[in-house]
Design a protein around this ligand. Structure first.
Ligand SMILES: Nc1ncnc2c1ncn2[C@@H]1O[C@H](COP(=O)(O)OP(=O)(O)OP(=O)(O)O)[C@@H](O)[C@H]1O
Length: 367
């Protein structure tokens, strides 16, 4: 009999999900989710609102049950175990600390054993999250960021095998959020704790995760490292959800090229295409090079500057390419490059769409 690859994966993984589906009435919230998370990995479930990420996290936690499928933790089947019998700590979006308990009492809530030992464990955890000295404060005497760190300490108090984070940073302001991202990631690496975090924030996922699971309408669109997801998206949805994208429609012609309007663009060697295929070329805004002078050359085109928008550290240009039927492209340039170019509205600018920066999607994958 042939080995079942899913079962094999779920037996060796820190967390294994095999064929998880969930319906709410006639609405299908999750369809056939397969995922194996390795020990010590930080995995982000990323996707737009309503894609099913929280439902999946709740099913992993045992707070909801799946209609079909299996869940394993370190090889043990936990599909039908109640939350308390699964070995995890969880942090939710809103602080969820008990307002009438002190920080110590909140963190020690799930701890068993002598009071003295509990006190020692709380001190240890507070120093771990850099909050020593706030043992006797109440949640309303703490900032939002401090409350989330206490919630994190509480989730880690029993040294669980798995840490589940449900949008833990989304209620915080941008500066605190960035700081906590780094703190959580460094703590997770020091402890080596397997972590699953739900987020709809692509930057959070790209900066924190070892692997990202991109979800859409209840299915997994792609699983990969941040570099895979950003540089090698497998579908139009992933390409557009993570980062910004330019799309150039065209038809494959002889010489490993794509004709788009009057321009023939050379493809990367790796592109597997057939002459006559209708395709969409994809290129990130920062991968378009703006040249100071027209020099021609491979994949060079002339564009016209429509507008420019300063976005802090870089500038986003909107360009129109007459030889591609006035197709609009966006290109991101650094401030030093911008200063060198000294751009004027309506100016003609030479661009290079280097073959290595192009990805080819069949019309189906790009639909
Ligand atoms: N208890 C429920 N009853 C009915 N529908 C539900 C229930 N829980 C979730 N849903 C629906 O399932 C879908 C997925 O919800 P879920 O909360 O998992 O999405 P999400 O990706 O976490 O989104 P968000 O980022 O907005 O929280 C949504 O369309 C939601 O309305």
């Amino acid at each position: 009999m042939k080995a079942d690859p899913v079962i094999h994966l779920t037996q060796t993984a820190a967390l294994g999900l095999g064929g998880i589906s969930k319906r709410f009435g006639s609405f299908s919230a999750l369809r056939d989710i397969e995922l194996a998370v390795h020990k010590g990995e930080f995995v982000c479930l990323l996707g737009p609102s309503g894609c099913g990420k929280t439902t999946l996290l709740r099913i992993i936690a045992g707070l909801d049950s799946a209609d079909t499928g299996r869940i394993t933790m370190h090889g043990k089947d936990v599909t039908h175990l109640p939350p308390a019998k699964r070995d995890y700590g969880i942090v939710f979006q809103s602080y969820a600390l008990f307002p009438n308990l002190t920080v110590t009492q909140n963190i020690a809530y799930g701890l068993k054993g002598r009071r003295q030992d509990q006190r020692q464990r709380v001190t240890e955890l507070l120093s771990l999250i850099d909050l020593a000295g706030i043992e006797d404060r109440y949640p309303n005497q703490l900032s939002g960021g401090q409350q989330q760190r206490v919630a994190l300490a509480r989730a880690l108090a029993t040294s669980p095998g798995l840490l589940l984070l449900d949008e833990p940073l989304s209620a915080l302001d941008a500066r605190v959020r960035e700081h906590l991202r780094r703190e959580i990631r460094s703590l997770q690496q020091r402890l080596g704790i397997t972590t699953i975090m739900v987020t709809h924030d692509q930057e959070e996922a790209l900066t924190m995760a070892d692997r990202i699971v991109v979800m859409n309408h209840g299915v997994i669109e792609q699983i990969g490292t941040p570099e895979d997801i950003y540089a090698r998206p497998q579908s139009r949805f992933v390409a557009e959800f993570v980062g910004r994208a330019n799309w150039l429609p065209g038809v494959v012609e002889a010489g490993h090229c794509v004709r788009t309007g009057d321009v023939s663009l050379q493809l990367p060697d790796s592109a597997a295409v057939k002459t006559g295929d209708a395709v969409q070329l994809f290129i990130r805004p920062e991968a378009i090079s703006i040249e100071a002078r027209w020099q021609g050359g491979r994949n060079a085109v002339l564009a016209q500057l429509i507008s420019q928008e300063l976005l802090g550290g870089f500038c986003r240009l909107t360009l129109s390419v007459p030889a591609m039927g006035n197709l609009n492209l966006i290109a991101d340039v650094s401030r030093p490059t911008l200063a060198q170019l000294r751009l004027d509205q309506g100016q003609r600018l030479p661009l290079t769409l280097s073959p290595a920066a192009l990805r080819v999607f069949t019309d189906e994958a790009a639909a």
